[in-house]
Design a protein around this ligand. Structure first.
Ligand code: PLP
Length: 434
C-alpha cells in the first residue's frame, strides 16, 4: 500500500510551529477592533490592558507562577540575553557558567561578553548528550553571576536536570549570602534555563515551586506567533531591564506590548497544558514508530542523544555515508521539511556544535538530520515519510564513494569490520573471565 503524498509534511517543529487556529482566532480582534495602546489613559486602551492581564495569567499558569513573575519580550533570544545581562548588572560579578550545547542565543551572547572581558565556562556533555549536576557545581566560582543551562536541547531533544541544578545553585547563593549578609539579593549566583523547546512537551507547572530563578520561552515554538517571548523571573528576584524605554512590564522591559501576539500566546499556553497528554503519548508514539521503522529498515543509522532523557517530539538521526545537505534537498523535493543543526545555523558548513560536543566525528555530524513532530502531525505523515526516506537514503548511498553500498567500493566492508571488532571483544572478555 502506498501512502499518498501530502502537500507539505512539516517535521521541523523545533524550528517553528504552525499557529493553532484557536490562537489565530483570539488574536484577530486585537489587530482589527481593539487596537488601542494598553498604556493609554482612556477606556479604549484600558480595555486592551484588561485582556493583557488575562493573557499574562494564562502564561503564568503554564509554569505554575503568578502574573507578576512574567515579563513579555520579543522572542526567546531576548529573554535569554535579558536574564544573563540582568544578573551581571545586579551582582556586579563577571563569570558565567553554561554548556557547550546551548542555542546560539546564549552561545553568541556569551562569546560577545567574553570579548568584553567577562569569563565564561562552557561545560562539555557526555556522548549521549547528558550533563551531570556535579560537573556544574565544580564550575561555579566566587565570581559567578549566573549559571545558564538549557532545559531541552533543540537539536537532540536531550533534557538536562535543571531543577536539581537550580537547587544546587540556590544552595551556593545561600552560602554566599550567609557569608555576606549585607549583599543579600545582590550576590548570586542565579540560575537561568532556556526552556524554549519545552512548553507543551513536558510539564512545566512545577517551575514556580522549583529553585529556577529565570526561565525563557518563545511564542512561535508553542503554536503562537513569532515575535513574542517570555521571561519568567522568580518573585523577589531583582531585574535590570535589557530593553530600556518606557515603563512597560512594570519597568522591567521597555517597548509597547505586542498585544495581539501576547493574547495569542495566552491561548497557546492553555492549549499547551491541555495537549500535554497528546504530546507525551501520541506524538511520542509517532516519533518512536518513525525511529524504530528506520532503524529496522536501514543499516548504519544512529539515533543521537539519550533515548530516555529526551523530549517526546525530537529525533536526531545520523545517516552514515551521506551528507545531511543532500538528504535535506531530496526531502524538500519530496515535500518534507526537516533540518540539520538549528534553523539559525543551517547553511553553515561546520558540523553542529551540539553533535561535535557529544563526540561525533565531523563526518558523522555532517550526516545528521533532525526531525521534530507536533500535535498537528498525523500517522499519514509518518507513513509517507517512512515510505520515501529509506529508498532515498539507499539511492544517495549508492552514489556516495564513502558508502559500503557504492558499487565500486570494495575496500570498505563495514559488516566484516564490525564482525572482527565483536570477535576481538569476545576474545578479550573471555580472557578476562578466565
Ligand atoms: N533557545 C532555543 C533552545 C531555541 O531552540 C531557540 C529557537 O530556535 C531560541 C532559543 C531562540 O528563540 P527565538 O527564535 O524566539 O529567538
Amino acid at each position: 500500500m502506498h501512502a499518498s503524498r501530502p502537500e507539505v509534511v512539516y517535521l521541523d517543529n523545533n524550528a517553528t510551529t504552525r499557529v493553532a487556529p484557536e490562537v489565530f482566532e483570539v488574536m484577530v480582534p486585537f489587530l482589527t477592533e481593539y487596537y488601542g495602546n494598553p498604556s493609554s489613559a482612556y477606556s479604549f486602551g484600558k480595555k486592551v490592558e484588561g485582556y493583557l492581564i488575562e493573557a499574562r495569567e494564562k502564561v503564568a499558569a503554564l509554569v505554575g507562577a503568578t502574573a507578576k513573575e512574567i515579563i513579555f519580550t520579543s522572542c526567546g533570544t531576548e529573554s535569554d540575553n535579558a536574564a544573563i545581562w540582568s544578573t551581571l548588572q545586579t551582582t556586579g560579578k563577571r563569570h558565567i557558567v553554561t554548556t557547550q550545547v546551548e542555542h546560539s542565543a546564549i552561545m553568541n551572547q556569551t562569546e560577545a561578553l567574553e570579548r568584553m572581558g567577562f569569563g565564561v565556562t562552557r561545560l562539555p556533555v557526555a556522548a549521549d548528550g547528558t550533563l551531570q549536576v556535579e560537573d556544574v557545581e565544580k564550575a561555579i566560582r566566587d565570581d559567578t553571576a549566573i549559571v545558564s543551562i538549557m532545559w531541552a536541547n533543540n537539536e537532540t531533544g536531550v533534557l538536562f536536570p535543571v531543577e536539581e541544578i537550580a537547587t544546587m545553585v540556590k544552595r551556593k547563593r545561600q552560602e554566599n549570602e550567609a557569608a555576606h549578609p549585607d549583599k543579600k539579593g545582590k550576590i548570586g549566583p542565579y540560575f537561568h534555563t532556556d526552556a524554549v523547546q519545552t512548553p507543551g512537551k513536558i510539564d512545566l507547572r512545577g517551575v514556580a515551586k522549583s529553585d529556577i530563578d529565570f526561565l525563557s520561552m518563545s511564542g512561535h515554538k508553542l503554536h503562537a506567533p513569532k515575535g513574542v517571548g517570555v521571561l519568567y523571573v522568580k518573585r523577589r528576584t531583582k531585574v535590570v531591564p535589557y530593553v530600556i524605554g518606557g515603563g512597560q512590564e512594570r519597568g522591567k522591559r521597555g517597548g509597547t506590548e505586542n498585544v495581539a501576539s501576547i493574547i495569542g500566546l495566552g491561548r497557546a499556553a492553555e492549549l499547551a497544558v491541555e495537549r500535554l497528554d497528546d504530546e507525551q503519548k501520541r506524538v511520542r508514539g509517532m516519533r518512536d514508530r518513525f525511529e524504530d521503522a528506520l532503524l529496522a529498515r536501514l543499516p548504519h543509522i544512529y539515533i543521537n542523544g539519550n533515548r530516555e532523557l529526551r523530549l517526546p517530539n525530537t529525533s536526531n538521526i545520523a545517516f552514515d555515508f551521506v551528507e545531511a545537505e543532500a538528504i535535506l534537498m531530496r526531502l524538500d523535493k519530496l515535500g518534507i521539511c526537516a533540518s540539520s543543526g538549528s534553523a539559525c545555523t543551517t547553511g553553515s558548513l561546520d558540523p553542529s556544535h551540539v553533535l561535535s560536543a557529544m563526540g561525533l566525528t565531523p563526518a558523522r555530524a555532517r550526516s545528521c538530520v533532525r526531525f521534530s513532530f507536533s500535535h498537528f502531525n498525523t500517522d499519514a505523515d509518518i507513513d509517507y515519510a517512512l515510505e520515501v526516506i529509506p529508498p532515498m537514503i539507499e539511492e544517495l548511498r549508492a552514489m556516495s564513494p564513502l558508502s559500503p553500498e557504492h558499487p565500486d567500493n570494495f575496500a570498505y566492508d563495514v559488516t566484516a569490520a564490525r564482525e572482527r571488532e565483536e570477535k576481538g571483544m569476545a576474545e578479550t572478555m573471555a580472557a578476562i573471565n578466565e
